[in-house]
Design a binder for this molecule. Structure first.
Ligand SMILES: Cc1cc2nc3c(=O)[nH]c(=O)nc-3n(C[C@H](O)[C@H](O)[C@H](O)COP(=O)(O)OP(=O)(O)OC[C@H]3O[C@@H](n4cnc5c(N)ncnc54)[C@H](O)[C@@H]3O)c2cc1C
Length: 455
């Protein structure tokens, strides 16, 4: 009886936050405790876990992720273009996670930052001293009326943004006989903001190669008011769309698809009355609206008003809970959400969380580095690289605003091995070292512009 009473007392015991540390006073057997818990084993989570697994050793780290397979998502642009096999875009999650970390194959459903716990969908409480949130983005196809069902009903609707739908893209391009080929860009922030137009340029070139271009009316219906957020690359892309006779319709938001009539309905974001436009489509590439995953979005204590993890955009440490750090697409840093950004952030998180573990202040600063290899055809690529201030931060000492064969091969043949063999095992810190080397030690970063912290 005394033992039972003691157990009940312990079950109510809480974790105490002291400075940056969080100690569990509970010894309840069912509750697992780790020095470091990483939620999400994608690009950011896996690579950061690898760095800390080497530092902290066995049994100190857990990665929570329900996914059986880890996907290298940038590959999907190549899959949609018929250049690569979708099978090569994924590897078993266990094979990419560090050997000496525990993999909790479950979904995180709730965060209690005051008690330093994460709850999983089967009710397990995971206790941490330090937490890294790396949950990526949720695809909200269901926010478009008629989707996702239309994917099953119509072979001409596809999307490079998920494993299930990317396999439809190239067959739909092959089957296309002419008419309207429409490519969309949604109303929310998305991962790889260049990907919605990369596949359009590849499609345009594919139609030319196969003698179908004259029958195709290619449209980019985007919610944005500009083709790209960085002036230098926007100028290059504006020339590309003009030269290739692509019609860009700005401020158009896809709200519904009617596969029975082959109609796509868009709202005109620049009309006060919520006016809609209906387009007939013969090929439709849909990019879904995205958000932070629901369990994070709804964890009000740790997210900002738009649902992203609220970190200091330079140190990547949480604004209120110093034992929490964030990486990748799910954080509020005002930069383009890419694996390239996550690679650079990984190095910053490693340095600053290591400092926090040693009782020191974070000192490393993320500059917003991100990259987008904008494929503009078979054999052509504009390699966009830029920072928080939307200023180019180019690795190579050549004009990367030009379409180049060399950059195409970097995207097609080199970046995937870098991802699997250097980034995920925690050895790739982004291209800063190479940028300095190739620019003879001179940092090309534009320093003076300060970008205000987003909340
Ligand atoms: C078509 C396409 C093209 C792209 N092209 C490029 C490119 O050319 N260059 C580039 O750098 N980037 C590109 N990206 C973007 C890049 O893939 C992402 O930015 C990158 O994967 C983000 O890493 P992350 O760790 O934040 O998220 P992810 O890699 O998406 O990983 C998130 C992980 O969190 C897990 N998770 C989600 N919810 C939960 C939960 N509740 N509990 C536990 N785990 C959870 C998921 O299972 C997943 O494993 C592209 C993406 C797409 C889709």
């Amino acid at each position: 009886m005394a033992t039972l009473k003691a157990l009940i007392t312990l079950q109510g015991a809480k974790c105490i936050t002291l400075g940056t540390k969080c100690f569990s006073t509970s010894t309840v057997r069912e509750r697992k405790s780790y020095k470091l818990v990483v939620v999400g084993g994608g690009a950011g989570g896996c690579s950061t876990a690898a760095k800390f697994a080497r530092k902290l050793g066995k049994g100190q780290i857990a990665v929570i992720d329900p996914a059986e397979t880890h996907y290298y998502q940038p590959y999907w642009t190549l899959v949609g273009s018929g250049l690569k096999d979708v099978k090569d875009s994924g590897r078993p999650m266990r094979s990419v996670l560090p050997k000496n970390c525990d993999w909790i194959q479950d979904k995180a459903v709730a965060f209690d930052p005051d008690n330093c716990t994460v709850t999983t969908s089967n009710g397990e409480l995971i206790n941490y001293e330090y937490l890294i949130v790396a949950m990526g983005l949720q695809l909200n196809y269901h926010h478009i009326k008629g989707l996702p069902e239309a994917f099953d009903m119509d072979d001409t609707i596809c999307s490079n943004y998920s494993r299930a739908t990317v396999v439809k893209t190239f067959p739909a391009l092959q089957a296309f006989k002419g008419g309207n080929a429409i490519f969309t860009f949604p109303v929310s922030p998305i991962k790889c903001a260049g990907a919605p137009q990369k596949i359009m340029y590849m499609a345009e070139h594919y139609f030319r190669k196969t003698g179908k271009r004259d029958q195709a009316n290619i449209m980019f219906n985007t919610t944005l008011g500009t083709i790209f957020g960085v002036k230098k690359y926007a100028e290059s892309l504006t020339k590309v769309v003009k030269d290739r006779n692509i019609n860009v319709n700005y401020k158009r938001n896809l709200i519904e698809v009617r596969p029975d009539k082959k109609e796509a309905i868009f709202t005109k974001l620049d009309s006060d009355s919520g006016e809609t436009e209906t387009y007939h489509y013969d090929f439709l590439h849909v990019v879904p609206p995205m958000s932070a995953p629901d369990p994070l979005r709804l964890a009000k204590k740790i997210v900002n008003e738009t649902g992203y993890l609220e970190v200091n955009q330079h140190t990547l440490q949480h604004m209120k809970y110093p034992n929490i750090f964030g990486i990748g697409d799910c954080i509020n840093a005002p930069t383009s959400k890419t694996a390239a950004a996550a690679a650079t952030q990984c190095h910053i998180v490693f340095q600053n969380l290591s400092a926090a573990m040693a009782g020191k202040s974070p000192h490393a600063e993320y500059d917003g580095y991100t990259s987008c290899p904008l494929l503009t055809g078979y054999g052509k690529c504009i390699m966009a690289e830029f920072d928080f201030a939307a200023e180019p931060l180019e690795t190579f000492p050549i004009d990367q605003g030009k379409e180049r064969l060399s950059m195409y091969h970097i995207k097609k043949d080199i970046l995937a091995p870098v991802y699997w063999y250097l980034m995920l095992p925690g050895f790739w810190n982004g291209p800063k070292f190479w940028r300095l080397l190739l620019h003879l030690g001179m940092d090309t970063a534009v320093k003076p512009k300060q970008v205000p912290q987003q909340t």
